[in-house]
Design a protein around this ligand. Sequence first.
Ligand SMILES: [Zn+2]
Length: 110
Amino acid sequence: MEHALLRHQTLDDFRRGRLTKKDICDASSELLRVASALGDPLDQNCPICTDHPLVVVSFAFGKGLPKGGRGISSPQELARLKDSTMEMDLYLVEVCTECSWNHLIRKLIY
Ligand SMILES: [Zn+2]
């Protein structure tokens, strides 16, 4: 809910001109790479460029994982990570590979 509210606020600020496209469409090249390779299509178009479908990617952060997070490619991989003893946070991020819009949808803690 908190994240949905933040998304709404961000988009509202953008429409009112308080934020520019550059401020909010700032996905890193790694995020875009993972989004193109592993992203799951969302049944929703990008709120910024409006005609490009969004994808959702999962990134795991935690001890023993890359500092910038690790893109999760499959449910099997996620299950394997969960089974290992390390603590991790999982970030679900919606990404538009067209304009680099990205937004955290949910953070899960394992
Ligand atoms: Zn877009």
